[in-house]
Design a protein around this ligand. Structure first.
Ligand code: IPE
Ligand code: IPE
Ligand code: MG
Ligand code: MG
Ligand code: MG
Length: 358
């Protein structure tokens, strides 16, 4: 079982070869990846959540469903809403109306942040196609993002648990804080690692964490069990962002469905840059990072030069080692949860996060 409304379209990749563009899942290999297995395990719930998502995109302002369907039909991996459903199932709640609504709310929060993020990052490509800001402009993207946030809140209220509403409302605020904090670190080469980790914990890990925890809570899990899923989600989320930041340098556009090199152009202080600046061999290399990331002055060939400097000090590999550490922590937290099918697939999902980088 897969998410309905997947679309596969053929696009040309950077090498000029015809490739199957990123669809719902990045891995077209015959062996199903962990995300596909999770979708299979959660089949009924996944279909119900998909129906809620399409249903709640409806609006009399036609551009809202147009943008919504543009993004949704391009196929996201739906990791966060599946985490909510998986956590609920782990504690015996399959086909649970509240968990399904929370799952859809989580994906709406994620989609809203992507719309806003692509405006902020001036990104041109998402899920293998033009971003909403390219097609409809910044103003419309921001407003439709707001609409999706509001729809998420409606769903959370309908789910009817104030404690969960509190968790997800605080999470939405934390995500925005993370994005704002990141603006403050942009082009700041002296950004401390702790500051950077605080940014990714807020902008990405908080939602993974709340996604898992809210599913467990909706199913009536104990506080300690819900907390174990919160930790699993948080560590997975940090790992996920570390891999994403590595892929912005080392990835292939056709597989990512997003442009490579956006972070370099935008002067994002991600871990590979922090490590490359720290590991710079001599003043000329330091000057390169100051001119590009620090001052935003770019010349032809700079991205390749950045890649070469990163290769020289293993900045991408070291970032991925850090992601591995976070995945181990996620796996330890999972040991505190009930054994079974769901736990087995959640284990694989943690490894899938790292496989994305290969
Ligand atoms: C993108 O998230 C934003 C990051 C946290 C890196 P996903 O990689 O989960 O995006 P979709 O939903 O699958 O497109
Ligand atoms: C993640 O950061 C964005 C949010 C969590 C809102 P990125 O800016 O790296 O995400 P992508 O690479 O655009 O998906
Ligand atoms: Mg971005
Ligand atoms: Mg961003
Ligand atoms: Mg990124």
């Amino acid at each position: 079982v897969s998410w309905p409304a997947r679309t596969y379209d053929h696009k040309t990749n950077d090498e000029g070869a015809r490739v199957t563009a990123l669809a719902s899942f990045p891995n077209d290999a015959a062996a199903p990846d962990a995300a596909s297995k999770l979708a299979e395990l959660l089949a009924g719930d996944v279909a119900a959540v998909d129906a809620i998502i399409h249903d709640r995109l409806a609006s009399q302002a036609a551009v809202i469903p147009a943008i919504g369907e543009h993004l949704v039909n391009a196929g996201g991996k739906r990791l966060r809403p599946m985490l909510t459903l998986a956590a609920a199932k782990m504690f015996g709640a399959s086909g649970h109306d509240g968990a399904q609504k929370l799952s859809a709310a989580v994906e709406f929060i994620h989609t809203a942040t992507l719309l806003h993020d692509d405006v902020v990052d001036e990104s041109k490509k998402r899920r293998g196609q033009a971003t909403a800001n390219v097609v409809w402009g910044n103003a419309t993207s921001v407003l439709v993002g707001d609409f999706l946030f509001s729809r998420a809140f409606e769903l959370m209220v309908e789910a009817g648990d104030l404690t969960i509403l509190d968790l997800l409302a605080r999470t939405a605020a934390i995500i925005s804080e993370g994005e704002v904090m990141q603006l403050g670190t942009q082009r700041q080469l002296d950004t401390a690692r702790e500051t950077h980790f605080a940014v990714i914990e807020a902008k990405t890990a908080a939602l993974f964490s709340a996604a898992g925890k809210s599913g467990a809570m909706a199913a009536g899990a104990s506080q300690s069990a819900a907390e174990a899923l919160a930790v699993y989600g948080k560590e997975l989320g940090v790992a996920y962002q570390l891999v994403d930041d590595a892929l912005d340098y080392s990835g292939r556009e056709a597989r990512l469905g997003k442009s490579v090199g956006d972070d370099f152009r935008e002067g994002k202080m991600t871990l590979p840059v922090i490590l490359a600046y720290e590991g710079a061999d001599g003043q000329a290399d330091r000057d390169f990072w100051v001119r590009t990331i620090g001052e935003g002055i770019y010349e032809d060939g700079d991205f390749q030069k950045a890649l070469d400097l990163m290769a020289g000090c293993k900045a991408v590999e070291t970032s991925l080692r850090e992601a591995e550490k976070r995945v181990s922590r996620a796996l330890s937290a999972l040991e505190e949860t009930p054994a079974g099918d769901v736990r087995t697939v959640l284990r694989e999902l943690a490894s899938f996060t790292l496989e994305r980088s290969q």
